[in-house]
Design a protein around this ligand. Structure first.
Ligand SMILES: [Fe+2]
Ligand SMILES: [Fe+2]
Length: 429
């Protein structure tokens, strides 16, 4: 019986159901289908619990509608009726994973993202003087980090940095003071242990790319980003086996500047593993990867961190970040076309299902291919307001399920590279 569901069926036999109508942890008693081009393919048989993982997978594949056979219309309507009765209260506020989302909390969360900058505690040695205030970030709150500050200012016997379990932030208006402070740490770290250097380089890159995101037209911003990328490339070439220290995971939230920095680091490391020369390839690849999401600064920040599913209209606006980023860089800066490749192509897929142009196969360049793998890997392994982070293993198994979208050789190299890094990390513990 089920067999005949697979394969091409007439569109008239199915009706679309927006994903948000299928409630997490419910058990729909009808089959669910997905549409692939003009075919309807059985996605989930009836009476299987629709768990978080299913929702995450669909969302990561940018699927926002499922289909139900018209024969099951009555079953579907009864299901919706039950859901409405049982969940009327939270229905209007259901976040993507079905968790309750309070609009006031959402507003506070956005305020924090707009007004604070996340910093790495590894920058702070006990007893160091700082002329800015530090805060702890706790979900939708920021609290003065008094105990942390007292360790900075007061006499302290430890000589290693202390690691608070909470994310540390500074106010945006203190960014210049923090930048000067990081510069001092960076100068001190040069020639020191690679881990210290990595942390300082990472902090510096986060600041410069954040400035570019705030004003992508600024020539000074691009110049400083280019310099920061140059230092990262040097570091990765000198420390090929320990570049992973640049990827130190901090915090739980998604910040475009942290993501940009991660995509740059992974891309350069992957390019290095593939044997690309430093000049101009690695430097251009690194700069393009750092700038790849610059167009996000032109999309409403409320959309980027919206704790819920994007509507079709919102998703369209979100997709515009590619073209807007590319156009702005092209118009205001004289950058080689190769640098712009990760910007233009990081959401394209070899199968032609990507955006903005639905490019296929050889239309997608080497830098586009590298950045598309790295971009999705970093997105999957970062926690978002609507989903838990995937472990590296889960992210790689997800990528291998959709491997036709990516360059096989590059994906294999990426897996090998991550495997080596993880081995090293485990050995170091
Ligand atoms: Fe993007
Ligand atoms: Fe991205």
């Amino acid at each position: 019986m089920t067999q005949c569901y697979r394969g091409a069926m007439m569109a008239a036999e199915y009706f679309p159901v927006p994903l948000k109508k299928i409630v997490v942890d419910s058990v729909p008693n009808f089959d669910l289908f997905i549409r692939q081009k003009d075919r309807y393919v059985l996605y989930r048989k009836a009476k299987i619990r629709f768990e978080h993982q299913a929702l995450n997978n669909l969302m990561d594949n940018r699927i926002d509608s499922l289909y139900v056979s018209k024969r099951d219309l009555e079953l579907y309507e009864r299901y919706r009726e039950e859901v409405r009765q049982g969940q009327e209260e939270i229905y209007g506020k259901q976040g993507f994973d079905g968790r309750f989302v309070d609009p006031v909390e959402v507003e506070r969360y956005h305020d924090i993202l707009d007004n604070y900058h996340v910093v790495d505690h590894a920058m702070f040695k006990p007893g160091v003087e700082v002329d800015f205030k530090v805060f702890y970030h706790e979900e939708t709150d920021v609290l003065p980090a008094e105990d942390f500050e007292s360790k900075l200012r007061g006499p302290w016997e430890l000589t290693v940095p202390f690691a608070p379990t909470r994310e540390i932030m500074i106010r945006n208006e203190d960014k210049t003071a923090y930048r000067d402070f990081v510069k001092g740490v960076l100068d001190e770290a040069m020639g020191g242990p690679p881990k210290q250097q990595a942390a300082a380089l990472r902090e510096m890159s986060k600041i410069v790319i954040k400035d570019v995101l705030a004003d992508p037209r600024s020539g000074e911003g691009i110049k400083q980003t280019d310099e920061a990328v140059g230092s990262l490339v040097e570091f990765i070439l000198d420390n090929e086996t320990s570049f992973y220290s640049l990827m130190k995971i901090q915090g739980h939230d998604y910040y475009t500047y942290v993501h940009s920095m991660n995509v740059c680091t992974f891309s350069v490391a992957l390019g290095t593993a593939m044997g690309l020369p430093k000049k101009p390839d690695l430097e251009w690849l690194g700069l393009g990867a750092m700038l790849h999401d610059v167009g996000k600064s032109m999309v409403d920040s409320r959309l980027i961190n919206k704790p819920g599913r994007l509507t079709e209209e919102e998703f369209k606006m979100m997709k515009d970040h590619v073209q807007m980023g590319y156009n702005t860089l092209k118009e205001h800066h004289n950058l080689p076309e190769k640098v712009l490749e990760p910007v233009a192509q990081h959401h394209e897929k070899l199968t032609g299902i990507g955006y903005p142009h639905g490019l296929k196969d050889s239309d997608i360049g080497l830098f586009g291919r590298i950045s598309s793998i790295v971009d999705i890997y970093d997105a999957l392994t970062t926690e978002r307001s609507y989903k838990k982070a995937f472990s590296p293993f889960e992210a790689l198994s997800f990528l291998s399920k959709t491997r036709d979208d990516y360059d096989k050789d590059i994906l294999n190299q990426f897996i090998v590279m991550l495997g080596k890094q993880m081995e090293k990390e485990t050995a170091a513990k």
